[in-house]
Design a protein around this ligand. Sequence first.
Ligand SMILES: Cc1cc2nc3c(=O)[nH]c(=O)nc-3n(C[C@H](O)[C@H](O)[C@H](O)COP(=O)(O)O)c2cc1C
Ligand SMILES: CCCCC(=O)C(=O)O
Length: 350
Amino acid sequence: MTGGALAELHDRARELLDPVHYDYFAGGAGEETALAENERAFQRLALLPRVLRGQSRPATPVQLPGARASTPILVAPTAFHRLAHPDGELATARAAAAAGTVLVSGMAATVAIGEVAGAAREVDRNAAVWFQLYLQPDAKITECLVRRAEDAGCSALVVTVDSPVFGRHGRDHRHGFHDLPPGFAAENMRDLPGSPGVRDIEMCQEISWRYVEALRRMTGLPVLLKGILHPEDAKIAVDGGMAGLVVSNHGGRQLDVAPAAIDALPRVAEAVGGRIPVLVDGGIRRGSDVAIALALGATAVGVGRPVLWGLAAAGEAGVRQVLETLRDEYEHVRTLCGGVLAGDQVVSRC
Ligand SMILES: Cc1cc2nc3c(=O)[nH]c(=O)nc-3n(C[C@H](O)[C@H](O)[C@H](O)COP(=O)(O)O)c2cc1C
Ligand SMILES: CCCCC(=O)C(=O)O
């Protein structure tokens, strides 16, 4: 993480975390080009403020599938929060609910989705939690996970589609970090049909639009696709009835030669043409990044690693600090821009 008001939290997290776990959270695929580009791309962009508009518009809630968020800054799904803090996803859920935003809870969470959503609702009974899903080759397993998310009261499913195989993470490879340490498990994968104990999450190259269609028939929940970069895929998704998209290169953890997410956003937003919400994640580190993303057509953004740093540094309070800092900075930038954020305000610095 570079610069910004959250840098201290990152440094604190780095001091506290087991270096192997720090590298799992911080690292990316291949030469970590996409990882670095996600942040660098924001540095190449600037915003032209509009002036003399005489408006002091308070931030309005953001309407999303199955959720009304008080801020356009969501918690992106990341795995294994208990490696960052003993309270794990429970702390993240409480902080997201307190911030009035959506937690996208990972299928690879170290706390089961029912407990995660319950923790969010203890803070705010209307808190929205979405469930991130890797479609499994065995439809019975996918269906069971969907029912768990429905029973937990999740209001949308976010299907990650950028992972036909696991990304190759050099840092994990060098550390020999391939499994969770004893005492930790991907709790959503426990006691699934035909698998006593905890089943592995499978990435599968055969997953296709047919599987997405089958999922839509399986559930009444809105389905968003995460990991869209190509505008043609965005069009197929809209035509296929998806409720939203997340433009993302998985935080630089999958295809290393992928562009920065923010650079892919404008073409996807154009292809979608406002028909469904388009979210973006990757490299959001300051409020101005949020503002640029919204100006380029995003409805909202997701934040991955900064949330993990907040969690590792100070548990629930640390995650709250991350979300509140980003929100405060974003609202300040938006005000300085005259209360509007549109594509014609975004210019290149070089
Ligand atoms: C440690 C870690 C674990 C992640 N786990 C998942 C996951 O289980 N499912 C998923 O869809 N995305 C996962 N992601 C990707 C995030 O949802 C998101 O796309 C990315 O972190 C955004 O970039 P940022 O970290 O720069 O904010 C993970 C990212 C990190 C850093
Ligand atoms: C099965 C765990 C997947 C976690 C993930 O998506 C990541 O580390 O990027």
